[in-house]
Write a protein that binds this ligand. Structure first.
Ligand SMILES: [Zn+2]
Length: 380
């Protein structure tokens, strides 16, 4: 699956309908949530998706708003409620902190989905035709690839977007005969097993700086003032910019790696676990490793490349050359092995271990003989 995102250019009247549709979906979401909750609390009954779906026609007869939204869009709202509850029960069964499904307050429901392409949604002459909404102009006309399947309309800080998921046939790349291991970094975004560091691009760091400024500005503004409202809008836009820079970087990095390597070994990282337990949680979350992995795996699958996720435990302590354990605190950035003399940057050594664990031996990866490295950081 590949997702294509287009900015929409609704007329003011269309924008009002988009807002109303999201609002109606939010009300239905909350209604379905409360229905399940009371059924469970008062009668010990659990109401499933099928039953909520069956009661939709009766609801539509009572509400002036529901009939103005395409029926499959409404069904998708009930699907979302269903998924939320299933995730909730999964957490309960797993003994995790369950966190009961929450109501969506005003401003906390920003998307709705046409789950079946051709049923209420289609493209016609560079316009997106949405049932019950109208023909919307698209800002950018990068052509779709493959078979469109679903369309989600999303409200972001700077306007409305259509996100169209397409089923794309894989297009395998010619083999390169090369393998790589990647270690998630703190100094740099990641380090490759040939020693190349991948650093976050300047555009991303600049966006992050602007985000911090926007946060400080908001905190200085008086509550309830117009200037505070403005500052909040600017902050939302700054968040969007950081998110886009991060996504852009993840796409470019993954593209380069997939082009260059047949076999890619990465750290299997439980981001949520890391965020909870790791003292450097913020840095890891910020580095966007989870996002990058998702993109890398999707691109690799489409190009016929192999991504192996390995357990990273001990990869920074073990010597990549002789296997000896060389304990070092996080502050120690250099790996110097007393038994074989191997000397490498700590992250380089870890990346080599990840490659080894991920089956790099089949590619005859030669280990470096050691010595200080003097590589330029790769900024892509
Ligand atoms: Zn060694």
């Amino acid at each position: 699956m590949k997702t294509f995102v287009y900015k929409l250019r609704p007329t003011p009247a269309q924008a009002a309908i988009l807002t109303e549709t999201a609002e109606t979906c939010r009300h239905l979401y909350n209604h379905a949530l409360i229905e399940r909750k009371t059924a469970y609390q008062e009668r010990g009954e659990s109401i499933g998706f099928a039953r909520q779906c069956a009661s939709l026609p009766a609801l539509k007869r009572e509400s002036p708003y529901l009939p103005r939204v395409h029926s499959q869009v409404l069904q998708d709202v009930l699907h979302r409620v269903d998924r939320t509850f299933q995730a909730f029960f999964r957490r309960v069964n797993a003994g995790e902190k369950p966190g009961y499904p929450r109501f969506k307050g005003k401003g906390w429901y920003d998307s709705f989905t046409y789950p079946q392409w051709g049923n209420g949604v289609k493209l016609d002459n560079r316009r997106l035709i949405l049932s019950k909404i109208g023909a919307l102009r698209l800002h950018n006309d990068r052509p779709l690839e493959g078979m469109p399947k679903t369309c989600t309309i999303v409200r972001k800080a700077d306007g409305w977007y259509a996100s169209i998921a397409c089923e794309v046939a894989p297009s395998p790349l010619p083999p390169t005969g090369k393998a790589v291991g990647i270690d998630v970094g703190l100094e740099s975004f990641a380090t490759l097993s040939d020693g190349t560091p991948i650093v976050n691009p300047r555009s991303y760091r600049a966006a992050e700086r602007k985000l911090k400024q926007a946060q400080r500005r908001l905190s200085r503004r008086v509550k309830g003032s117009n200037r505070r409202r403005k500052a909040r809008e600017l902050l939302a836009k700054a968040h969007l910019k950081v998110k886009r820079a991060r996504q852009d970087f993840a796409h470019k990095t993954a593209r380069t790696l997939v082009n260059d390597y047949d076999h890619i070994a990465v750290e299997q990282l439980n981001i949520r676990g890391m965020v909870r337990n790791h003292p450097l949680a913020k840095a890891i979350a910020d580095a966007g490793w989870g996002l990058f992995l998702r993109i890398l795996i999707a691109k690799a699958a489409s190009a016929g490349r192999v991504v192996v996720e390995v357990n990273p435990a001990g990869t920074s302590q073990m010597c990549a050359q002789c296997g000896e354990s060389v304990p070092k605190r996080l502050a120690v950035r250099w790996h110097a092995c007393p038994s074989c003399g191997c000397a490498l940057h700590r992250d380089h050594n870890a990346a080599l271990n990840i490659l080894k664990r991920g089956g790099g031996a089949a590619f005859g990866e030669a280990l470096p003989s050691g010595g200080p490295e003097n590589r330029e950081p790769c900024t892509l």
